[in-house]
Design a protein around this ligand. Structure first.
Ligand code: C2E
Ligand code: MG
Ligand code: MG
Ligand code: MG
Length: 285
């Protein structure tokens, strides 16, 4: 009968679930409660002026320590959160957590700014500008303290809507970077119309820059392109001194990577900055 057939089909379905699929189901389920269970945290990676070596700010990156599965990479759980419709709640938690940290740093005399990552769904959400403004206001922060990183593919998902949304955020005083630039398919015309201030070259072009002539050509022309459009250019994934020197020579504006520091918990970030004379205790950078 039909009920028995359905049961059999379900049985086959369950047995057919491979390990990867089961892991995804588990992660999607557990992500719902991760913030409440205090399994999420933010780490901060320095961003430096390529010419002077001065600390410009930090990028805030999310971490999830799962109670049984251990560390889950953000590349994995952010995508799951996007697909399962949980990203907006996660972004809300992230914004609040970063703004609270910026406020604590303010009180300690460190006037740092933080770049935060937004996903395609966040950019599509018309309440985003209001949510960001409310978050800043409730922590007594001015909009120049947050910089928004939005991936090229998130913008190009619906370029017209993204463009209007970014313009609203820009008018509110936030600066915007195109993240993972070079991995999407934006045309020059689209890029020119976007109200953004920074291009962030994807780390896949930077990691082996000192060995790859192809990567060097790509990076060189991306820096030129950015500058011709009046944008600051950021490189992430700077791991070696030779890459740093090359990027500085090519006129790249801002550098970020393991060469300087890995992403660090807030208190360790301050210790790092003090050890490298970016800030002295109690002083603004
Ligand atoms: P992203 O925004 O492009 O962040 C840069 C990634 O490069 C980070 O990986 C960072 O740890 C890594 N990185 C920085 N310097 C180096 C280096 O020198 N070498 C290497 N190998 N890697 C370096 P992470 O923290 O694993 O984050 C991965 C991605 O997850 C981020 O890429 C971003 O797209 C997403 N993500 C992280 N936190 C958030 C968040 O709070 N919200 C959203 N929507 N996405 C996030
Ligand atoms: Mg980013
Ligand atoms: Mg990136
Ligand atoms: Mg990325």
């Amino acid at each position: 009968d039909m009920a028995r057939q359905a049961r059999q089909r379900y049985q086959c379905y369950v047995e057919g679930l491979d390990e990867r699929h089961l892991r995804q189901l588990t992660l999607v389920r557990d992500l719902q409660d991760a913030a409440r269970q205090q399994q999420l945290s933010m780490v901060y990676q320095p961003q430096l002026d390529a010419r002077t070596g001065r600390l410009i700010g930090v990028e805030a990156l999310m971490r999830w320590q799962h109670p049984t599965l251990g560390f889950i990479p953000p590349d994995e759980f952010i995508e799951l959160a996007e697909r399962s419709g949980n990203i907006q709640r996660l972004t809300g938690w992230m914004l609040d957590s970063v703004c609270a940290q910026l406020q604590r740093w303010n009180i300690e005399g460190h006037g740092l700014s933080a770049a935060v990552n937004l996903s395609a769904r966040d950019v599509n959400d018309d309440t985003l500008p209001e949510r960001i403004n409310d978050c800043l206001a409730s922590h007594g922060l001015t909009p120049d303290r947050l910089r928004l990183e939005i991936t090229e593919s998130a913008i190009m998902h619906d370029p017209d809507h993204a463009s209007r949304q970014l313009a609203t955020l820009r008018r509110a005083g936030l600066s915007i970077a195109v993240d993972d630039f070079g991995t999407g398919y934006s045309s020059l015309a689209q890029l020119k119309r976007l109200p953004v201030q920074e291009l962030k070259i994807d780390k896949s072009f930077i990691l082996k820059l000192d060995e790859s002539a192809d990567d060097e050509i790509i990076v060189r022309s991306t820096i030129e392109l950015g500058h011709n459009l009046g944008l600051a250019v950021v490189a992430e994934g700077v791991e070696t001194e030779s890459s740093r020197a090359l990027l500085a020579g090519l006129g790249c504006d801002i550098l970020q990577g393991y060469l300087f520091s890995r992403p660090l918990p807030a208190d360790q970030l301050i210790l790092w900055a003090q050890a490298h004379s970016h800030i002295t205790s109690g002083d603004a950078p």
